[in-house]
Design a protein around this ligand. Sequence first.
Ligand SMILES: Cc1cc2nc3c(=O)[nH]c(=O)nc-3n(C[C@H](O)[C@H](O)[C@H](O)COP(=O)(O)O)c2cc1C
Length: 206
Amino acid sequence: MKECLRLITERRSITFFDPTREILDDLIREILEVSATAPSGYNLQPWEVIVVKDKDKKRILKEICYNQQKVEDASANIVLIANTRAGMEHVDKVLESWEELGYIKAEAKESLRTQIIKGWQDPQRAFRKAVRDTALFGMTVMIVARAYGLETHPMEGYDEERLKKFLNIEDHKVVPMIIAIGYKDPSKTLLPRAYRFKFEEFGKIT
Ligand SMILES: Cc1cc2nc3c(=O)[nH]c(=O)nc-3n(C[C@H](O)[C@H](O)[C@H](O)COP(=O)(O)O)c2cc1C
């Protein structure tokens, strides 16, 4: 319990990564698979990732991220992609698994399929669903990474059009954020965590 809270409360957006540290592909894969236990509407898991790890590619990505140095210094950068067609593309796999596990009966599948797809037909709703679930996945990645001794930095500062061209991301997919991941440079100190609104300022209980 305490450990879990520590992983959350001591997370910071790391500005200084140790540029000499690498990260193994297997470790990235494990962090991302653990993070994929994140929840999503109807379990449709609309997220995809492209992990940019190659040194030359990181240099190009840094330029796309308006020269944020952390992009080059981090061991890797996880480009989070929200697929606005996930409703249509993932529904069959989800329903098959539900039937297999006894969540639903075979005869309920078709009407449920129609209902799920309907929710993804309006482009604005599809966008919201895809981005919302992908952001939950992203937050999970940042916490799970810390459990594996790594640190992260979420970023929205990038030229999305250029990024999509660079990584061949299709038009119906959006990039809600990039997460730099790596090891903090031990010789550098971050400024203290900036002000957080108190519950009285952002919440109420009715
Ligand atoms: C979606 C998202 C996008 C962000 N984009 C950037 C960014 O492009 N560059 C940057 O330096 N920080 C970026 N940040 C980091 C925030 O500035 C940081 O989370 C905030 O100041 C709180 O600091 P902390 O994460 O260390 O607690 C981003 C954070 C989030 C959640």
